[in-house]
Every structure is written in C-alpha cells, then in structure tokens.
Write a protein that binds this ligand. Structure first.
Ligand code: TYM
Length: 336
C-alpha cells in the first residue's frame, strides 16, 4: 500500500521498436530526474507495457527480447530498480481486469476522439484492432491502479492522460470516491522531439525515414551522420523560434545534453553558422550516450540483474494494485 502522504508517479514505455532520442528526452530522462528528486515515501512506477505493444502487428519471437533489452536501456539511463518499481505489465493481471471495468463506463465517443487512434486507424483501415481502439482504457487502468498523482510523458500522450482523468472522475461520480485524479507532467522543452528529416513530424520508432530518428544504440559515426544530414531552416544564424522549427529542435537536443538554456546556446553561437553548431551537437550527443551505451552493454551480460529487477518490481506493484482492485470491486458490487 502507498501511505497517505506518499506521492506516486507512473509512466510506461512499449517494448516495440528501438528506444530513440524522443523517448529518452521526452520521457526516460524525466523519470531519472523524478528519481533524483524523490522524497521519502514517494513511489515511482515505470512498467514495460507489452499489452500496449501488441495492439499493432508484432513478432512474438521478438517481444520478450525487446522487453529485456528495454529494461537494460532504462537501467543504463539511470533508473535504479532499488528505488523505482519496474515490471512487465502483462505479468500483473490487475491491469487488463481494471481496463475491462473501465470499458463498461467509458463512452465510445471518448475513445473515438483520441487522435493517436484516428491517425493509426487511417493508416490501418479495416485491419485496425479493437485493442488499439481500447488502448487508452488500458492506459487509464495502468495509471489509476496505483493512485497516481503525476504522469511524466511526452506531449503525444497528453490526451490519453486527460482521458484517464475523465475516467477517474466518472468512476468516482458513479460509484463513490475511489481513484486519485492524475496530472500530466510535460517537459517545457523536449516534450515533442521532432524528426531530424521533417520538423513537422514527431520523432518516432515507426518512422520510415530512419535518418530522422536517433536511436540509443546508434554508434558514434551513425549519430554524426544523422546530425550532419539533419534538415535546417533558411538563414544561417543560430536562434530558436517558430520561424526555425528544424534548428530549434536541434537546439533542444543540445540543451538537454549540455544543460545550457536555448538563450545560452544562442549567445554561444553568435556569429557562427549551422555547420559549426551541428558538429558540436554531434559530439555532445556522442559523449552523452557513451556512458549509457557502456552500461547497457554490461547489463546485457547480466541478465540475472534484469530478472531480479522485474520480479521485485512485480511483487511491489501487485502489493499496491491488488488492494486497489479490492476497493474497486467493493465500490461496483463485484466483491464476494
Ligand atoms: P511509447 O513507448 O510509445 O513512448 C514512451 C514515452 O516516450 C514519449 N515519446 C516522446 N517524447 C518526446 N518526443 C517524441 N518524439 C516522443 N516519442 C515518444 C512518449 O510520449 C512516452 O511518454 N502510451 C504510452 C505507454 C503507456 C503509458 C501508460 C504512459 C502505457 N500506459 C501509462 C504513461 C502512463 C506510449 O506512448 O509509450
């Protein structure tokens, strides 16, 4: 059980595709900051959401491998399983159970409005799965099972967290005060990292243009190539703003790795051009990734550590979620 004074933060990541700079800056780095600022009694929960990953076509043989790989990346990025709860969503049946209960109180219209569903359904047509439609209901279950206060995510997930708020409020109204209503937490900069090849599209694992997406596993030369080839805007001066979306995106990456503000970066590059900026940016990213990649390689050889992290995490997660389920069953008249 979480204590009355604890603050709970929760966020998930799918084991689909490779982890990229957008996931890293928009979500994972934020989670590491939460861990650094954690106070006694706070609870941080970061599951690998495999039940969300299977809402689109996937390869069964790759799923477990990707999942273990992802845990290695999360730990290599700084998440410490002694401080945070990491587990596999499908191993905790409370998640799909609560999602079903939410299905029964969520109007279709709420899910039909979700832009992520609409975008994917447009591409997939009739093949689109019921699971994809229902994705936000499962996400609401993930979040609300733990009486979450804060949900640190990238901007593309804001609408889903708002839906979780609506579901919590509706449930509380229908069956009595049961769920904490969560807040979405977005970074000021970096909540929506864009493709390096097209600043109107977000950086994404399913991006067809691989050059637009930097992966955590990319080696130094690949990173240098991708940054060198990144599109820029007209002009040559280093300044952030709506008129320079491609450059601003690169400056956000620079800022994330250097700790310098956008204004400081502008001052640093006054009188210098895109070329010099890009060369420096590439080195900053290469240097920033080096210790993460080194730790990742060590963790890949220590599967026991990953197994331990996940089994401890599952135990801790279930201790909280099973209590919540009992409360929900009582509220809905489903208890024995
Ligand atoms: P996933 O795996 O697609 O993304 C993981 C996190 O990375 C963020 N992200 C980005 N942030 C900034 N710029 C980008 N280009 C970018 N691309 C991805 C996402 O916003 C996300 O925070 N639906 C979730 C998984 C989930 C979840 C949850 C999250 C399932 N249940 C409960 C929070 C709470 C997702 O999109 O994962």
């Amino acid at each position: 059980m979480t204590s009355a004074h604890s603050r709970v933060s929760f966020s998930g990541i799918k084991p689909s595709g490779e982890v990229h700079l957008g996931n890293y800056i928009g979500a994972v780095k934020q989670w590491v900051t939460f861990q650094e600022n954690m106070k006694p009694g706070d609870v941080l929960i970061f599951p690998i959401v495999d039940l969300h990953a299977i809402t689109v076509p996937f390869e069964p043989l790759e799923l477990r491998e990707r999942l273990v790989d992802l845990v290695c990346w999360l730990m290599a990025s700084g998440l410490d399983p002694k401080k945070v709860i990491m587990f596999v969503q499908s191993e905790n049946p409370d998640h799909p159970y609560l999602a079903w209960l939410f299905n029964c109180i969520t109007p279709m219209g709420w899910l039909e409005r979700m832009t992520q569903y609409k975008d994917k359904a447009r591409v997939q047509g009739q093949r689109v799965s019921v699971g994809l439609f229902d994705y936000p209901s499962l996400m609401a279950a993930d979040i609300l099972l733990y009486d979450t206060h804060d949900v640190p995510v990238g901007e593309d997930q804001k609408q889903h967290v708002e839906l979780a708020r609506n579901i919590a409020e509706r449930f509380n109204r229908l069956y009595g005060q049961t769920f904490q209503v969560p807040n979405v937490v977005l970074k000021q900069e970096g909540a929506r990292l864009m493709s390096l090849q097209d600043p109107t599209k977000k950086m994404s694992k399913s991006d067809e243009d691989k050059a637009g997406c930097i992966l955590l596993k990319d080696d130094a030369d690949t990173i240098r190539q991708k940054i060198k080839r990144a599109v820029t805007d007209s002009g040559n001066e280093i300044h952030a703003g709506k008129d320079k979306p491609a450059l601003t995106n690169l400056m956000v990456i620079y800022s994330e790795f250097s700790g310098k503000s956008l204004q400081e970066i502008e001052a640093l590059y006054q009188g210098k051009g895109y070329n010099e900026f890009k060369l420096d940016l590439a080195e900053i990213v290469v240097e920033g990734f080096a210790p993460v990649q080194e730790k990742y390689r060590a963790l890949k050889k220590d599967q026991a550590a990953v197994g331990r992290a996940l089994s401890d995490g599952l135990k801790n997660a279930r201790a909280i979620s099973s209590e919540k389920i009992k409360q929900v069953q009582k509220a809905m008249g489903l208890e024995k």
